[in-house]
Design a protein around this ligand. Structure first.
Ligand SMILES: NC(=O)C1=CN([C@@H]2O[C@H](COP(=O)(O)OP(=O)(O)OC[C@H]3O[C@@H](n4cnc5c(N)ncnc54)[C@H](O)[C@@H]3O)[C@@H](O)[C@H]2O)C=CC1
Ligand SMILES: CC(C)CC(=O)C(=O)O
Ligand SMILES: [Mg+2]
Length: 373
C-alpha cells in the first residue's frame, strides 16, 4: 500500500468523548508520521455540545463534513442534564441515531477479546474467558430505536419495533462473510419465541445460510444468550443480532475483556464508515484523566483497516498489547498507581513510533506529549 492522504472527521462529543478522541487522533498522527501518510482531521460538533452551540444535536454542517470525509472517528455523546430530564424534546442521542441513519451505517461490528494480561482483572473466572475472540454484528439503523414512538391519550407510551427483510439480509450477509473468514460459526440471537420481528430474522437468516455452506449456524434466545455470554463465552465466533439486543449484549461482553473502556467498534454501510468506542460519555469521569482511551485507539485501528492499512493497524494493536503487558493502565484496570488517559495514549503512540525505550517513565511520557506528538 502506498502513501495515503485521507480526511477524517472527528466528533469528540460530550463527557470523556473529546479526551478519548484526542488519544485516538494522537495515535493516528503517530501512524502518519511513521508510515508517511497524511491524515487531515476535521473536528465537528455532535451531541449535547452541538445542542449548546446550535440548538441541534446533529448540525447540517457536521453531516455535510461527514459526507466529505473518508471516515469518521467518534468519541461519545450524552449528558446528565438530558438523562435526568425525560421531558427534554431535543436530546444528544437523537444526533447519534440520525447520524447513523443518514450515513446508512447499518452494521455495527464490535470485537470482544480476552487479553491474557487482564484475565485476572475480569470478575469472571480465568478458565472461562481465556481465549475469547468473538465478533458481535449489531444491526444499527433499524428496530425499536428507530420505530415510531409516542404517548397515547390515556398516558401510556409506546415504541414500535419494525424490521424489513432487506434490513436483516444486508447485515446478515456481512456477518456470514466475516464468519467464513474466521471459525465459521454464526449465532443468531433473537427472541423468536415471542417477537414477530425475531421470527423474520430467523426466516431471513435461514434463507441466506445456504449461500455460506461452510458456516455452521445456531440460534439462541436473547435471555439465554445473556447467560451463555458469561457462562461459556468461548462458544461464540460471530454473534449476529438486532439493534437493541446487540447494544445490551456488547456492554455485557465487555466484562470478559475487563473494561467497557477496551471495546472498539466499526459502523459500516455501503458508502462511508464510522469508528467509535462502544462506551458512552461516562460523564462522572469528564476532565479527570481517568477514562481508558484504548477502546477509541482500537477503533482508530479499525479505521486503518478500513483504509486497507493492515500493517499500520497491526502496529497500533501491538502497541496496545504492549501497554497492557507493561501495566500502562487507567484506574479501572489496576490496583497499582494508574496512568492517565493522556499517558496511556502517549505510550501507545510511542509504541507506534517504535520509541519503546523511553516510554515507561511517566516523566518521559509527559515530555513526549509536548515534544514528540
Ligand atoms: N455511543 C454513545 O455515544 C453512547 C452514549 N451513551 C450516553 O452516555 C451517557 C452515560 O451513559 P452510561 O449508561 O453511564 O454509560 P457509559 O458507557 O458512559 O458508562 C458506563 C460505565 O462504564 C465505565 N466506562 C465507560 N467508558 C469508560 C472508559 N472509557 N474507561 C473506563 N471506564 C469506562 C464506567 O464505569 C461507567 O460508569 C448517557 O448520556 C448515554 O446516553 C451511552 C452509550 C453509548
Ligand atoms: C444512543 C445509544 C443507542 C448509544 C449506545 O448505547 C450504543 O450505540 O452503544
Ligand atoms: Mg450502548
Amino acid at each position: 500500500m502506498g502513501i495515503l492522504r485521507k480526511r477524517v472527521v472527528v466528533l469528540g462529543g460530550d463527557g470523556i468523548g473529546p479526551e478519548v478522541c484526542q488519544e485516538g487522533v494522537r495515535v493516528l498522527k503517530a501512524v502518519a508520521e511513521r508510515f508517511g501518510h497524511e491524515f487531515i482531521f476535521d473536528h465537528q460538533l455532535m451531541g449535547a455540545c452541538a445542542i449548546d452551540a446550535t440548538g441541534d444535536p446533529l448540525p447540517e454542517k457536521t453531516l455535510a463534513a461527514c459526507w466529505q470525509a473518508d471516515a469518521v472517528l467518534l468519541g461519545a455523546i450524552g449528558d446528565p442534564k438530558y438523562d435526568n430530564n425525560p421531558a427534554a424534546k431535543v436530546r444528544p442521542e437523537q444526533g447519534l441515531l440520525k447520524l447513523r441513519k443518514s450515513l446508512g451505517l447499518y452494521a455495527n461490528i464490535r470485537p470482544v477479546t480476552a487479553y491474557d494480561r487482564l484475565l485476572e482483572h475480569s470478575p469472571l473466572k480465568k478458565d472461562r474467558i481465556q481465549g475469547v475472540d468473538m465478533l458481535i454484528f449489531r444491526e444499527l439503523t433499524g428496530g425499536i430505536y428507530f420505530g415510531e414512538k409516542g404517548r397515547t391519550g390515556d398516558g401510556a407510551a409506546f415504541d414500535q419495533c419494525t424490521y424489513t427483510r432487506e434490513e436483516i439480509a444486508r447485515v446478515a450477509h456481512r456477518a456470514f462473510h466475516a464468519a467464513e473468514n474466521r471459525r465459521q460459526k454464526l449465532t443468531l440471537v433473537d427472541k423468536a419465541n415471542v417477537l414477530e420481528t425475531s421470527r423474520l430474522w430467523r426466516e431471513v437468516v435461514q434463507e441466506i445460510a445456504p449461500q455460506y455452506p461452510g458456516v455452521v449456524v445456531d440460534y439462541l434466545f436473547v435471555d439465554n444468550a445473556a447467560m451463555q455470554l458469561i457462562l461459556n463465552p468461548r462458544q461464540f465466533d460471530v454473534l449476529l443480532t438486532e439493534n437493541m439486543f446487540g447494544d445490551i449484549l456488547s456492554d455485557e461482553a465487555s466484562v470478559i475483556a475487563g473494561s467497557l473502556g477496551l471495546l472498539p467498534s466499526a459502523s459500516v454501510g455501503d458508502q462511508i464508515a464510522l469508528f467509535e468506542p462502544i462506551h458512552g460519555s461516562f460523564p462522572q469521569a469528564k476532565g479527570k484523566g481517568i477514562a481508558n482511551p484504548i477502546a477509541t485507539i482500537l477503533s482508530a485501528a479499525m479505521l486503518l483497516e478500513h483504509f486497507g492499512l493492515q500493517a499500520e493497524a497491526d502496529c497500533v494493536k501491538e502497541a496496545v498489547d504492549n501497554a497492557l503487558e507493561r501495566g500502562v493502565l487507567t484506574p479501572e484496570l489496576t490496583s497499582g498507581v494508574p496512568y492517565t488517559t493522556e499517558q496511556v495514549g502517549s505510550f501507545i503512540a510511542y509504541g507506534v513510533l517504535d520509541l519503546q525505550d523511553c516510554q515507561l517513565h511517566r516523566s518521559n511520557i509527559e515530555v513526549g506529549l509536548s515534544t514528540i506528538i
